[in-house]
Design a protein around this ligand. Sequence first.
Ligand SMILES: Nc1ncnc2c1ncn2[C@@H]1O[C@H](COP(=O)(O)OP(=O)(O)OP(=O)(O)O)[C@@H](O)[C@H]1O
Ligand SMILES: [Mg+2]
Length: 357
Amino acid sequence: MEGEDRTVNAGRLAADGELDANLRPRSLADFIGQAKVREQLELVLRGAQGRGGTPDHILLSGPPGLGKTSLAMIIASELGSAIRVTSGPALERAGDLAAMLSNLIEGDVLFIDEIHRIARPAEEMLYLAMEDFRVDVVVGKGPGATSIPLDVAPFTLVGATTRSGALTSPLRDRFGFTAHMEFYETDELVAVLARSARILGIALDDDAAVEVAGRSRGTPRIANRLLRRVRDYAEVRGTGEVTLPIARAALTVYDVDGRGLDRLDRAVLSALVQGFGGGPVGVSTLAVAVGEEPATVEEVCEPFLVRAGLIARTPRGRVATAAAWHHLGLVPPADALSATWGVRGLGDEPNLFDEVD
Ligand SMILES: Nc1ncnc2c1ncn2[C@@H]1O[C@H](COP(=O)(O)OP(=O)(O)OP(=O)(O)O)[C@@H](O)[C@H]1O
Ligand SMILES: [Mg+2]
């Protein structure tokens, strides 16, 4: 998909790999923000430990870059268990899953990333494994095929998904606990940045941290990525210390504006406002206007623009809010949607990342 390499994209980029691993929090105490999820998880884990059993299966649900993989690792380490890692797309054949399941040792954590992308036969095998710790392995083909039941050691499944709405309900129902990850507040991102700066040995001023956090779209992965860009700038153009002016100058170079919008986001906004009088306009028309694929506009730009209260999805198409006009330095028409539309606090829209319209 075009636009995936954008600095402000919350998804994983190849370049993030090693850094993500270094900056990953290792324990619940080390995990910043998500206070509610942390408390819920702690109860689930400690409760099971107290009873000497394995915890219920856990689903981690939320947009990219908020810490789902990190939490899965933390769950295993808090339990003192080994973690086996796989992903929905890797489980194309039920046999692949059967092999994983039958190798589990009691108490293991099985982490399935992007669990909404699991193939149907594997999914059906998973139901039985989650519920009864058993799998039926089919041997042979055609009329001679037999199904052999195999026991699976009691384990805890941790599933992660950016689209919990895409999970079938039988699968969703088999999780004992679902953690809904929320976008981070600015002060939480400041804490994430301070921690990362400490680990990476970057001198980061407090007001520079606030500036970077405010442009990070509520997402730790983006905060960490912007921190690296700002560090480059500080080292090449300054003394290495990340001060407020340095942070601002660096983010200008990377086209990340005061609210975390980049060039493509702004192009979409100004096409909507200036090209179509604020809408309503269909997403494909909008995509043509900015020379992008509709999927890019819809999946990469829109979720954030909607969450930031800059555009609204209506049955007739996309509409710019008054805040969008203001953001572009324009005066909104009298009938523009209120600037506070949709700005109910980050992460208040559980369906945002599920299929809309
Ligand atoms: N609560 C946190 N405290 C500190 N750092 C965090 C936190 N959450 C995430 N991060 C940082 O953000 C990076 C991305 O987190 P992670 O890979 O866990 O996200 P994810 O939700 O699994 O994303 P995806 O949906 O793309 O798989 C981590 O490497 C870590 O550096
Ligand atoms: Mg992940």
